[in-house]
Write a protein that binds this ligand. Sequence first.
Ligand SMILES: [Zn+2]
Length: 491
Amino acid sequence: MPALATEVTPEIMAKYEVVIGLEVHVQLATRTKIFCACPTSFGAPPNTNVCPVCLGLPGALPVLNRHAVELAVMTGLALNCNIPPSSVFARKNYFYPDLPKGYQISQYDKPIAEHGFVDIVVNGVPKRIGVTRAHMEDDAGKSIHEGFKDSDRFTYVDLNRTGTPLVEIVSEPDMRSADEAYEFLTELKQTLQFCAVSTCDMEKGHLRCDANVSVRLKGAPEFGTKAEVKNVNSFRFVKMAIEYEVQRQIAVVESGGKVVQESRLFDPGSGETVSMRSKEHAHDYRYFPEPDLLPLQISDAWRTSIQATMPELPQSRRKRFVDAYGLREYDAQTLTSTRDLSDYFERAAKASGDARSAANWVMGDLAGALKADNKEITESPVSSEQLGELLAFVAKGEISNKLAKDVFEKMFTTGDSAGAIIEREGLKQISDTSALDKIIDEVITANPKQVEQYKSGKTQVVGFLVGQIMKASKGQANPALVSQMLKDRLG
Ligand SMILES: [Zn+2]
């Protein structure tokens, strides 16, 4: 934490309450833009995915993208929002070099979704964070300030992003710590990714976050003056930015100053926020209803049909994994971090008949092997059904857990099934007592000292003898059976 004018001790911190609200811009996963048929694909050469509509040329008329509306409705439903039957697009007027229309088409007093919530858990304590609204809007282009040989003198503009569909999600000022904000964002991102309304890929700017932060003395009736930290591009940075802002604002108040309402930028290098522009005179965007678009009507039937296509959301899935499969809370959390991972686990659990073992393998051996190969779960050379088959062999006692690890490694490199590898390499567990008798005889003869120790009461030596038998059987003996037979033999 960088030095501040006034030192903010924990005692001083404890006098204050932190108030945080978040505004999150999410790019909807449509193939084309919100008001024209230009592609939304990332990385195209500058100014190639454009047309008269998204360039804002005179006379061009917007045509609303139905898929974008469906994804926005789904976003609202996933955040437990009310979807009013009618919402209205509005012009938000401002000038910016990467905004050729001179206005953004957004929604103002009648958004597509409102009055929702997101449930989070921080340090074991559940909390409900209100969602004020989610509204649709088009994105602006990009000003590029670096990367060209004359970037010291010129700014370049790429309008490919202009007209990309966004939803802006506005939370209530319900969060009281940076940790709560971090959890809210994490839950929000997972939920939206499960619904596939957005990739939420922060590196590509598909999810961008502004944080409104203020402090007040505990018990004070009114909110303090807020500063807005703009466009933070990772959740970790959001947390750091909020932590810095809280200290900075308390230091200002403690030293007799006043917090100024302003926009600030977070600098990950220094861990500080710096003033961007004063907001003392709030922008007047002169909102008015967009004359080129009719009010957007969402019928009950349409809303219901969108709802019917939604998957089970992460929160409900986590609960079900705990209740139905007996998983630990933490494991359920890990296994629902993405929809692909939770689908994989659930298929493997069903195929294996042993959900807890499937959970351990997915989070352990499989995760390790994927990481070593730099692969995603969707690229796993071992399918969920194949992993389930392997674990079923273990559950039925046909191979030991230790051998299963060897078989798994072979499955991962060859893509062959567990059954094929076990068959080919003759790895089936030996549960045939006459075959085991022979090996036990050999081990008893070879280790008279340990046998003597056992008979004199040092029964823990049985572990050593079982180990020798396992070794002699190349790991194929059934260890539980061996242990029992050995004890019977040694009396
Ligand atoms: Zn276009």
